[in-house]
Design a protein around this ligand. Structure first.
Ligand code: BES
Ligand code: ZN
Length: 879
């Protein structure tokens, strides 16, 4: 560290990270929120270690009033308090530079700061959320600090590597419940207010600190080893917390065993917050959730809601070890937190609910990762972060989904047992400390004796992934890897690819690392079956690795036959389709052959696979609507004929005792048929909906098919007949279940009449829709209305920019821009954002526009497929 004594305040501006010459050890934090006035007062006493001579203390603060008179530094044992000569607040760097007249003595000292702030309504920092109690609107105070908003609540060293102990005290209205990371040790009531003292925490990062004040109910239970777990809800809703409570109890026990370290805190509180920016947040010992991600209502929640709750709870509880106990050293390693928690949440869900086949469902995570990572504007898993505004955007499909996918790849390469043992060693080694990606590889390399570093560097330090092209020639398998890009161009990346393959049967497998560009493999032993008629070969067995495969024509048609004759595992059936779709979009394969492949799934039995066939088909229809609208009718007929038999088999009503996956499938199928305009589905939906409108408890419209019915109903709405739309608004207004509200929001913009879509979009901006929920309506914009939504976004941009920030703001851009499919719209978007870019959305804007270009290119190539019309008509006819 340069001699900080000589530095000037200027020196600290424009830096990515805080200087390291002083580090916090313990915070004594007091906060007094005023719920009615939406303001708070606070004071913090930070015990520091001054490690190099300095006249400055530099720490984070944003949107806080700090009176210079309220700042002092007391060197340990000196008996005096030094007053600063200057306290400079630098808003653009979100720092406070405290300058003293003299050089501070090395060693310990206590910095005290008094401050004031507002409880904002942006869902970050210290904010207010609104709920209803006995018909009256009330404010609660909530914190959301990740990634870098603790500084909006109290001045602090707001970086994950500055871990410290927290002693928190709150002054709150006497009738409220005050929660924080640790249990309460004492409450002193003094008339209308009370002071609540919390136990001191173990050493932790600022982004995990949490404070909540409001009026709540809870349900409670204890894990088998005695940890107290509570689920807090709005008053009257605590029964909806029971399912999450059960999952949490089991998860805490599972992870204690898996990581071989007990849960580090004395209690775990989980709480549903009515206004919440993300899905959930893993604050140490006090996990916050959106209502939809925590609450489960036996009567009105769907199977999909149940699964979401289980997965989110497992994800956040995984962070208590992976993230909270062992914390990333810097945001470059965010993926360690998020990729890992995502992966291990599936591990937990699979243990508790084996019948959900979550590992097959996991493939949807990989697909989303693949999609983003096929853009030139993607980024490596380990990404440079040079400014705080860049952090929000990396909570994306690369950190979460590609991250989880490469962990899965490594686990399946190393074997489950070695992997778990090495992880446990890693957690033990870095507990109460920070780690980098490198540290995890070192532990896994030690535990396995495999070249983990070399293998994984190729996946985490460079962006993108390979497509492995396979040809069969003279009994030899020729492999070649190139970087896959959706634009169809070839990138320069190269990877160490853990290749697995099987031939004619899953008992004939081969496994090796492929790190060259091109190589021939003599697999004559394995491939004796290649003379047989039903010969097939599948790479990336069960889709455990993160690469795509492009088969030569012969091998591809063999695989299609293997699918038709049900020879492949569900994961492989999924993978073949997913790769074919991606290759088609990149112009490497014709749409007609993709359509032929889809037809091969006519006897599909697995939910995830069929759901993916549906998603793929609807995407194709969307592109066809732009590329060849005259063929859209026959394409829809083909798809309806394809889906109808499945729907007939499943029906609208659950069979008694039927499984979770059937429930999921029924909703997905009926929604798709409604979107495709299938009349019988729409009529039946309307019939059932009308009964439901009169009686919300009717068995005719169980939660699993409600979304389908709403979407179907919206197909009947137009500007001269808005009854259906208004009925849905009635349901929205009358329910107090967030999941029901989201179902309605998700269907309102699924209407063929653009006038109605506009009206629905405007509804987003009304006070009836919480800011957290706007994206659900946007996501529901039907395929014909993307340009309407884009126009709407442009017109309302200034308002949106003022009302939203963080990931929510990036969703507006991504959801609205990405589906556009002409160069003209691409130019328009470029032009529009040229003068409106800022660091917090720059990456998303770039990626979204790239997607438009890719769509446009795909549209052009579809237009060039001369025989497309004939093939579609033939396929439609065949069924
Ligand atoms: N740490 C995140 C929450 C978060 C997200 C904070 C973005 C700041 C910015 C949390 O652990 C998380 O990942 N939540 C997910 C849900 C999860 C099940 C994938 C989310 O919010 O979507
Ligand atoms: Zn997470």
């Amino acid at each position: 560290m340069a001699a900080a004594a000589e530095q000037s305040a200027e020196h600290f501006r424009g830096q990515a990270r805080l200087p390291g010459f002083a580090a916090p050890r313990r915070y004594d934090l007091r906060l007094a929120p005023d719920l009615a006035a939406c303001a708070f007062a606070g004071s913090v006493a930070v015990d520091l270690d001054v490690a190099a001579p300095t006249r400055f203390l530099v720490l984070n603060a944003a949107e806080l009033d700090v009176a210079p008179g309220g700042v002092g530094f007391a060197p340990r044992g000196s008996g005096q308090v030094l007053q600063p000569v200057e306290v400079t607040n630098v808003p653009e760097d979100e720092i406070l530079i405290i300058c003293f007249n003299e050089v501070l003595p090395l060693g310990e000292g206590t910095l005290t700061i008094a401050f004031q702030g507002t409880l904002n309504d942006k869902m970050h920092g210290f904010y207010r959320s609104v709920y209803e109690l006995n018909g009256e609107k009330k404010n609660m105070a909530v914190t959301q600090f990740e990634p870098a908003d603790a500084r909006r609540c109290f001045p602090c060293w707001d970086e994950p590597a500055f871990k410290a102990v927290f002693k928190i005290t709150l002054e709150v209205p006497s009738e409220t419940v005050a929660l924080s990371n640790m249990p309460v040790i004492e409450e002193k009531v003094n008339g209308p207010t009370k002071t609540v003292y919390f136990q001191e925490s173990p050493i932790m990062s600022t982004y995990l600190v949490a404070v909540i004040v409001g009026i709540f109910d809870y349900v409670e239970d204890f894990t088998t080893d005695g940890t107290r777990v509570r689920v807090y809800t709005q008053v009257g809703k605590s029964a909806q917390g029971k399912f999450a409570l059960e999952v949490a109890l089991k998860t805490l026990v599972l992870f204690k065993e898996y990581f071989a370290v007990p849960y580090p805190l004395p209690k775990m509180d989980m709480i549903a917050i009515p206004d919440f920016a993300s899905g959930a947040m893993e604050n140490y010992g006090l996990v916050t959730y959106r209502e939809t991600a925590l609450l489960f209502d036996e009567k009105h929640s769907a199977a999909a809601n149940k699964q979401r709750v289980a997965v989110v709870v497992a994800h956040e509880l995984a962070h208590q070890w992976f993230g909270n106990l062992v914390t990333m050293e810097w945001w470059t390693h965010l993926w360690l937190n998020e990729g890992f928690a995502t992966w291990v949440s599936y591990l937990a869900a699979d243990q508790f609910f084996p019948e959900w086949n979550v590992w097959t469902q996991f493939l949807e995570e990989s697909t989303t990762g693949f999609k983003l990572d096929a853009l030139a504007g993607s980024h490596p898993i380990e990404v440079d972060i040079n400014h705080v505004d860049e952090i929000d955007e990396i909570f994306d499909a690369i950190s979460y989904r590609k991250g989880a996918s490469v962990i899965r790849m490594l686990q399946s390469y190393l074997g489950a047992e070695v992997f778990q043992k090495s992880l446990a060693a890693y957690i033990k080694r870095f507990a109460y400390s920070n780690a980098k990606t490198e540290d995890l590889w070192a532990a896994l390399e030690e535990g396995s004796g495999e070249p983990v570093r070399t293998l994984m560097h190729s996946w985490t330090k460079q962006q993108g992934y390979p497509v492995v092209s396979v040809k069969l020639k003279d009994g030899k398998l020729q492999l070649e890897q190139t970087q896959f890009l959706s634009s169809g161009s070839t990138g320069v990346g190269q990877w160490v690819v853990p290749v697995t393959l099987c031939c004619c049967s899953y008992s004939r497998q081969e496994k090796f690392l492929f790190d060259g560009k091109q190589e021939d493999f003599d697999l004559s032993g394995l491939m004796e079956c290649q003379k047989k008629d039903n010969f097939w070969i599948k790479l990336n067995v069960n889709q455990t690795s993160f690469y795509r495969v492009s088969y030569d024509e012969e091998l591809a048609s063999r695989l299609r036959y293997a699918i038709e004759t049900n020879k492949l595992s569900a994961a492989d059936r999924y993978g073949v389709l997913d790769d074919a779709y991606a290759l088609c979009m990149a112009g490497k394969q014709k749409l007609v052959s993709l359509l032929h492949l889809i037809a091969a799934y006519k006897d599909e039995t697995e939910y995830t696979v069929l759901a993916h066939v549906i998603t793929t088909s609807l995407n194709i229809a969307e592109m066809m609507a732009v590329a060849a609208p005259e063929e859209l009718g026959s394409l829809k007929k083909f798809l309806i004929d394809f889906l109808e038999p499945f729907a007939q088999k499943l029906g609208w009503d659950a069979k008694s005792g039927e499984g979770h996956l059937n429930a999921l499938l029924r909703g997905t199928l009926l929604t798709a048929l409604a979107e495709l305009g299938h009349e019988a589905t729409i009529n039946e939906a309307v019939r059932r909906f009308n009964v439901f409108l009169e009686d919300r408890e009717t068995p005719l419209l169980p939660p699993d098919v409600r979304k389908a019915a709403y979407v179907a109903l919206m197909q009947t709405v137009n500007k001269s007949n808005k009854t259906g739309y208004e009925s849905l608004l009635k349901i929205y207004r009358e329910t107090d279940l967030s999941q029901e509200k989201v179902r309605v929001l998700g269907s309102l913009a699924s209407c063929p009449d653009p006038v109605i879509v506009r009206e629905a979009l405007d509804f987003i901006l009304s006070p009836e829709v919480r800011n957290q929920d706007a994206i659900f309506l946007l996501r529901g914009v039907c395929s014909g209305a993307h340009e309407v939504a884009w126009q709407w976004l442009k017109e309302n941009w200034d308002y949106i920019l003022g009302a939203y920030s963080g990931t929510l703001l990036t969703y507006f851009v991504n959801i609205t821009v990405s589906p556009l499919a002409t160069d003209e719209k691409g130019d328009e978007a470029e032009e529009f954002f040229k003068s409106r870019t800022k660091a917090s959305i720059a990456r998303t804007v770039k990626q979204s526009i790239e997607r438009v270009r890719i769509n446009a290119q795909w549209v052009k190539s579809i237009k060039g497929e001369a025989d497309l019309g004939n093939v579609i008509r033939a396929l439609a006819h065949k069924q």
